[in-house]
Design a protein around this ligand. Structure first.
Ligand SMILES: Nc1ncnc2c1ncn2[C@@H]1O[C@H](COP(=O)(O)OP(=O)(O)O)[C@@H](O)[C@H]1O
Ligand SMILES: [Mg+2]
Length: 243
């Protein structure tokens, strides 16, 4: 099977403060994601989780190393080609739901397709909202929805485009426990068939829902755990010794 995502020896360096050294956010990370898999990335704050997700999804350029996304080497693509590759095939869920306040849930879900001039019928939008359990909330604006519901609209907006890869950066970070569990259930269901999910989180219970967990530390993969329990994820993050 061709992996949906195949990244090799990624580094990402940011320029530091004017008189300081550069910040090496990633120092040689490799990972593969197969169709249908859910992979979590955990690690302390500042370990490079967000940077890794942005590099993997083509939102941020790597300093060195290669990313093959949906079979294409990102370094060989021009900006427009990358945008076309990502459009409809790659989805991104952020901690801040990024919904447009003036638009209803239905209109928010329909927006990306409209902007891309792709057809998405009202029925398709309704189906996406039903998939996230919000069939009866299409007419509501974000301000009339709870945080968990808003995040589910954001996920419906991603699912409506039928992506093969869904990236999520701390998608439960702003939610209470119950709402967080609902969002995770949804992401867990999303990862099946040909569709995969890459989740960044600092919540060990959330991370343990995945098929594999990568523990990042200082820009490197410190551990890789297969179907771990939350306790094993916690131990992986807090262990002082390198295995
Ligand atoms: N735009 C940026 N400019 C400079 N340094 C950055 C930038 N983005 C992230 N960093 C640095 O890179 C490191 C990793 O950050 P990040 O990927 O956001 O970590 P995490 O998501 O695990 O908290 C941190 O030291 C952070 O300060
Ligand atoms: Mg982050």
């Amino acid at each position: 099977m061709t992996p949906l995502l195949d990244a090799h020896d990624l580094t990402a360096t940011f320029s530091g403060p004017t008189d300081g050294p550069p910040v090496k956010a990633l120092r040689g990370v490799s990972l593969r994601v197969e169709p249908g898999e859910m992979v979590s990335i955990v690690g302390p704050s500042g370990s490079g989780k967000s940077t890794l997700l942005y590099c993997l999804s083509g939102l941020h350029p790597v300093t060195s190393g290669t990313v093959r996304l949906l079979g294409r080497d990102l370094s060989t693509l021009r900006r427009g080609q990358l945008a076309r590759l990502r459009r409809g095939r790659v989805g991104f869920v952020f901690q801040a739901y990024n919904l447009i306040p003036a638009l209803t849930a239905h209109e928010n879900v329909a927006l990306p397709a409209r902007l891309a001039r792709r057809s998405l019928s009202a029925t398709d939008v309704d189906r996406a909202l039903a998939q996230v359990g919000l069939a009866d909330r299409g007419g509501h604006r974000p301000s009339a929805l709870s945080g968990g519901q808003q995040q589910r609209v954001a996920i419906a907006r991603v699912l409506a485009t039928g992506p093969e890869l869904v990236f999520a950066d701390e998608p439960t970070g702003a939610l209470d426990t119950a709402a967080g569990v609902e969002v995770l259930d949804l992401l867990r269901e999303t990862a099946s068939g040909a569709r995969s999910v890459v989740l960044v989180t600092h919540d060990v219970t959330a991370a343990a829902r995945a098929d594999r967990v990568l523990v990042l530390r200082d820009g490197l993969v410190f551990r890789e755990l297969v179907r771990p329990t939350p306790d094993e994820v916690f131990a992986g993050i807090t262990d002082r010794e390198k295995v």
